[in-house]
Write a protein of this length. Structure first.
Length: 127
C-alpha cells in the first residue's frame, strides 16, 4: 500500500501533488501581487476566479484522494485567507462575493476531482 509521504506513490500522484501546490502558489501570487502584475485575460474576473479554484480543487482532490477533509480545509482556508489578505495590499480589495465565487469554484473542482478519480483510478494509484 502506498504511503502518503511520497515513497512508493505512482508517478501520476507525485505529478498531481506538484501541480496542486504550484496552482496554490500561482493563485496566491495572482491574488496578492500588485494589480499591475496580474495577468490580463478577456474573461470576466469572477469566471477567472471560479476556474482557477476549480482546477485547484480538482488537483488537490486527485493528488490527495484519501485526504478529502484536508483538501476541503485547504481550499476553504486558501479562498477565505487569501481574500482577507488582500485587505492588506494597497492595490487590492477584499470582497465577500469574491470569496464566495472562489469557494464555489473550489467545490466544483473537488466534485470534479472525485468524479475523475472514480473514472480513472490509475491517476490516484487506487485499484
Amino acid at each position: 500500500m502506498p504511503s502518503e509521504t511520497g515513497a512508493g506513490l505512482p508517478r501520476s500522484v507525485l505529478v498531481l501533488r506538484v501541480v496542486a501546490w504550484l496552482l496554490l502558489a500561482g493563485i496566491a501570487f495572482v491574488t496578492l501581487a500588485p494589480i499591475g502584475l496580474r495577468p490580463i485575460t478577456e474573461a470576466p474576473p469572477g469566471l477567472e476566479r471560479a476556474i482557477a479554484y476549480a482546477l485547484f480543487g480538482a488537483a488537490f482532490t486527485l493528488a490527495y484522494p484519501r485526504r478529502l477533509g484536508l483538501v476541503i480545509l485547504i481550499i476553504c482556508v486558501s479562498a477565505i485567507g487569501l481574500e482577507l489578505l488582500q485587505a492588506l495590499a494597497a492595490t487590492r480589495h477584499a470582497r465577500l462575493a469574491d470569496a464566495g465565487v472562489k469557494l464555489l469554484g473550489g467545490g466544483v473542482g473537488i466534485l470534479s476531482g472525485l468524479a475523475i478519480g472514480r473514472l480513472f483510478p490509475m491517476l490516484t494509484g487506487r485499484p
